[in-house]
Design a protein around this ligand. Structure first.
Ligand SMILES: [Zn+2]
Length: 460
């Protein structure tokens, strides 16, 4: 029996125990010395002048480049004729690393002993599965950045939190009992399933939230908003106010944020990073998005790879020393703002808009909306998918376009199909189609979900 089967056969109370234990093991590693030291450092530098921040950023860049050159066989070659001690001056002489180039070369990119690193599988929001590695000290510092951002809005780790993630944790017994969540007792995190949100189950989610009274809500905004909208439609009150809502994986949409605030009573505060480990962009109390300069460097380039105010993002992320992101073409685009200062007091660059994470979903009559994050996770365990796109032009049928390579076989199609069925139910027609190249959008962006029926009245 594998771990998953063992877990699924345990009684609920022991499942919660395992989840608590798993969290304990994760968090005791994430919240070590480096975590606390880096958070203190961020706090001390929060309102520094731009010049000082640029200097700190450049020092971190040089260290990062030296690490890449020493530890990664791939980057040793790429950087062989480059004097990395010059830092930012020589950055644009380093070749751009496309997503495909990165994915293909991961075994050679890994810097250091992967057995000592944290392995992270990602579906990626652009339809390519990959496995990246994080050093534990990098993870600590990444969580320090994330938590420091959340703490600016009152967040306290250990206070009751409702988490809406793509974790598959429920059993048939849970569903029979209308229990759509699992509990971490130690850190007071309740994990709500985002796979089972439907017109029928929503009331159970709401009743449980009213009873549990989480102070914070974290997770896929497109899922959380379903709850808020159902409650608003049916005139159900929450009965208290949550302190803050933190979206993950998708970007904040104004109309959704409004409904979330109306029902939950707390503000929605946005942040950008990625599962590959991109540097951070975080919202401030004035509603502006600031680039966190101590987490890396973002270059924006146009179609000819020339620097631009708006265009594709090239990511250099200091906390990716396991599988370094160095001038990594992440597949998202953004625009720097014209604003040069913000009344919050931070001197970091302001981002006007990030075009990356389109909030899209597939609809099935059986299961309701399945969001982009959950769809992209379908290929986590499927090998040989270079890219895929799920297209819905009719309510009862979806097409799955796949760019595959030789590794991909019938078993993989079956696995892929099972994952889709798990999320969308047994009734919807699912057609696979294999293409040499899935066309991109006019904007150059690749979309993993294309839904042309989402404006249908019955889906609202
Ligand atoms: Zn600000």
């Amino acid at each position: 029996m594998n771990q998953e089967t063992i877990y699924k056969n345990l009684p609920n109370v022991l499942q919660n125990g395992l989840i608590t234990l798993f969290d304990y093991l994760q968090y005791s590693k994430r919240h070590g010395e480096k975590y606390h030291a880096f958070k203190a450092f961020l706090k001390a530098k929060e309102f520094q002048s731009r010049e000082e921040l640029e200097q700190l950023q450049n020092e971190a860049l040089v260290k990062f480049l030296e690490h890449c050159k020493q530890e990664s066989p791939y980057f040793r070659e790429v950087l062989s004729n480059i004097d990395v001690s010059k830092g930012i001056e020589i950055l644009n002489s380093i070749p751009i690393c496309s997503k495909e180039e990165f994915r293909k070369n991961i075994p050679n990119i890994i810097a250091g002993n992967k057995k000592q690193m944290y392995k992270s599988k990602t579906g990626g929001t652009t339809g390519k599965a990959m496995q990246v590695y994080f050093r534990w000290d990098d993870l600590e510092e990444r969580f320090a950045i994330l938590d420091y951002f959340r703490e600016r809005f009152g967040y306290k780790f250990g206070e009751k939190t409702a988490w809406f993630s793509g974790k598959d944790m429920l059993t048939k017994r849970d569903l029979a009992k209308n229990r759509f969540w699992k509990q971490d007792w130690k850190y007071n995190i309740r994990y709500y399933s985002t796979f089972n949100i439907s017109e029928f189950s929503l009331i159970h989610y709401i009743n449980d939230l009213k009873k549990y009274k989480p102070a914070f809500i974290v997770g896929f905004p497109s899922s959380i908003v379903e709850i808020a909208r159902y409650a608003l439609r049916n005139n159900i009150k929450l009965g208290y106010k949550v302190k803050a809502i933190f979206p993950t994986a998708e970007s904040k949409v104004e109309s959704e944020a409004k409904d979330l605030e109306k029902f939950f009573g707390g503000g929605v505060y946005d942040q950008y990073a990625s599962s590959e480990g991109a540097c951070f962009i975080t919202e401030c109390d004035q509603g502006n998005l600031h680039f966190e300069m101590l987490s890396g460097i973002i270059e924006i380039v146009d179609e000819d790879n020339n620097p631009s105010q708006e265009g594709r993002m090239l990511i250099t992320a200091f906390h990716t020393r396991g599988t370094p992101l160095l001038r990594y073409d992440i597949g998202d685009s953004m625009k720097w703002s014209d604003l040069t200062n913000c009344s919050c007091g931070r001197k970091t660059p302001i981002v006007e808009v990030i075009h990356g994470r389109v909030n899209d979903y597939i609809f099935s009559k059986e299961r309701g909306k399945c969001n982009l994050g959950n769809i992209s996770n379908c290929i986590k365990h499927v090998k040989g998918v270079r890219r895929f796109q799920v297209v819905q032009n009719e309510i009862d049928t979806i097409q799955v376009l796949v760019e595959n390579d030789v590794e991909y076989d019938d078993q993989d199609e079956k696995k892929f199909l099972d994952e889709l069925r798990f999320r969308l139910g047994d009734k919807i027609n699912i057609e696979f189609k294999y293409l040499k190249e899935i066309p991109r959008e006019k904007s150059g962006k690749f979309r993993i979900v294309k839904n042309s029926i989402k404006n249908l009245k019955e889906l609202q």
